[in-house]
Design a binder for this molecule. Structure first.
Ligand SMILES: *Cc1c(COP(=O)(O)O)cnc(C)c1O
Length: 418
């Protein structure tokens, strides 16, 4: 029997239904919101001395619950993880013109947090297997001006944080973990975001769990926690009340405070985190099993030390794959496969970093833009495609349909443009 015609060429799509949107909100969050509304206090923060400097009832409860869950001394909530990163970089107390080494294969906020403090992001290439920053590339870029490594735990899998910490120890650097995409991921059994000097998570609406917008800073360092808390809430005002308590007197703060409604929702969401992450892992494992026979692609590599929580399911076309990536993606999309995307990020090629370089005119040892990251570039330009695993529920039946769509396209690769 001849295979049924590809949907791209007018055939019937394999997937005829729209997949259910990923949804972690339910009755618990409804009750949490009602609890806050009945109390009548939507924010407990005050930009001044005293209790209100650290937020309201829900904010403080969220922070102590998260610190306990993640087994860290301090949790500081913020109104987004972008804000959280900005507090973290400020808390490191480094000087304008200093360098931070980070990955080009991450959401832009990982690197712009450094720009906002007049630091120079230097981009180190990534591992083609895990897509995380390559520790060897980091070592090559360390200069006397390097102060920190900002390591994303990308797509749901921890970076090689113990290796980065050893490098940092040798050179006197900070390590910051951006675990926005990897809540409850582990490495050697330890939670992502807790094994560097400071790290944290995002609670925005397209992550595993969410409260609309929000971030959670995690650290065991009292100093970093105090300064991050200060930057979150107009520290200059509060420090003034203490007659400039060192070492935070010189910090210009922000309003990066989380509201009580969001904090209450976040508390409910945290209780569901293990379950939500579990559903992503289940869907990813089913995909890997179903797609394992397809030729010419590499399915996600999970480092044996890691538990991967699959924010993104990343696929890499092997050298010599017979079809152009965008043809393949179009064919799969025509079959009804949702939330597929081509390439990811190449931050080192964004003009903002070059413009900033010219603007600051600070003495420097390297230009972040001039330096190439061949692995990140090849993946972005030609080889990588991803499935956004927090876009849909991906029930077992839906994943089965996706697998059927992939197999149909693979059966007729010769009919697609090369
Ligand atoms: C989502 C994300 C951020 C930003 O988090 P927001 O809460 O949206 O500000 C930063 N880094 C990475 C890797 C992310 O995925």
């Amino acid at each position: 029997m001849a295979p049924s015609r590809l949907a791209l060429h007018g055939g019937v799509p394999t997937i005829k239904t729209k997949f259910a949107r990923y949804q972690s909100l339910g009755r618990e969050e409804d009750l949490a919101v009602q609890r806050v509304l009945r109390r009548g206090v939507l924010s407990g923060f005050v930009a001044g001395d005293g209790d209100g400097s650290n937020g309201g009832e829900e904010v403080q409860a969220l922070e102590s619950e998260v610190a306990q869950m993640f087994d860290v001394e301090h949790c500081i909530s913020t109104n987004s993880w972008t804000s959280g990163l900005e507090c973290i970089i400020g808390s490191l107390q480094v000087d304008p013109g200093d360098e931070v080494i980070t990955s080009p294969w991450t959401m832009a906020a990982t690197a712009t947090a450094a720009l906002h403090h007049d630091l120079v992001p230097i981009f180190a290439d990534i591992s083609p297997e895990t897509f995380n920053i390559d520790p060897n590339a980091v070592v090559d870029l360390i200069t006397p001006r390097t102060r920190a490594i900002i390591a994303p735990d990308i797509f749901g899998q921890s970076a090689e944080v113990e290796v980065l910490m050893r490098i940092a120890d040798r050179h006197g650097l900070w390590v910051v973990s951006d675990s926005a995409q990897s809540p409850f991921a582990t490495r050697f059994g330890k939670l992502a975001g807790t094994q560097s000097h400071i790290g944290g998570l995002s609670l925005n609406h397209h992550k595993h769990i969410n409260c609309g917008e929000g971030g959670l800073i995690l650290t065991n360092s009292k100093d970093l926690a105090t300064r991050s808390r200060g930057l979150r809430n107009h520290r200059e005002v509060i420090a003034n009340a203490h007659e400039f308590d060192a070492p935070v007197h010189s910090m210009a703060g922000h309003n990066f405070r989380l509201g009580e409604l969001e904090a209450a929702i976040a508390r409910s969401q945290m209780r569901k985190l293990a379950r939500q992450v579990g559903t992503r892992i289940r869907a990813a494992e089913q995909l890997t099993e179903g797609l394992s026979d397809l030729e010419g692609i590499k399915l996600p590599y999970v480092d044996p030390a890691n538990k991967h929580v699959f924010y993104v399911y990343g696929i890499v076309l092997e050298d010599g794959f017979p079809v152009k990536r965008n043809q393949l993606v179009h064919a799969l999309q025509a079959e009804g496969v949702p939330s597929l995307f081509e390439g990811y990020q190449n931050l080192h090629r964004l003009p903002v970093f070059e413009a900033r370089y010219l603007q600051t005119r600070l003495p420097r040892s390297a230009s972040p833009v001039a330096r190439s990251c061949p692995t990140a570039e090849l993946l972005h330009d030609q080889r990588f495609l991803g499935v956004n695993m927090c876009a849909h529920e991906y029930s077992p039946d839906e994943v089965e349909q996706m697998i059927r769509a992939f197999k149909k396209v693979w059966g007729q690769l010769d009919k697609l443009a090369t």
